[in-house]
Write a protein that binds this ligand. Structure first.
Ligand SMILES: [Zn+2]
Ligand SMILES: [Zn+2]
Ligand SMILES: [Zn+2]
Length: 103
């Protein structure tokens, strides 16, 4: 099953939220479509808390979900390595679950 979500990176505006190129640039995640497609089962991205933005640095997409704010994740078991946070101690995505928080 395919699910559609409002694009988290641009908050459904379809425009680049950071005006990197110009204020009229299309959002690089949804390409101006305002929605993103994720295959089910879907889990909100814990690495960016669903914001689609990289928590390590502003103005770039989350490296785990690619800016969508959601991940395709078919596990219900919390990752024991990061305790479900998706982050390792250095702030990078957990190597055990690739930042999903579940594995
Ligand atoms: Zn977008
Ligand atoms: Zn994310
Ligand atoms: Zn983990």
């Amino acid at each position: 099953m395919t699910k559609f979500f409002k694009c988290s990176f641009c908050n459904g505006m379809g425009k680049d939220p950071f005006d990197l190129l110009s204020p009229n640039s299309d959002c690089l995640v949804c390409h101006g479509e305002k929605i993103v497609v994720v295959q089910e089962p879907v889990r909100k991205c814990v690495f960016c808390s669903g914001s689609g933005k990289n928590p390590l640095g502003a103005r770039v997409t989350c490296i785990v979900c690619g800016g969508k704010g959601f991940n395709h994740c078919d596990s219900n078991k919390k990752c024991t390595q990061c305790m479900g946070t998706g982050k390792s101690s250095d702030g990078l995505p957990c190597t055990g679950c690739k930042g999903f928080g579940f594995k």
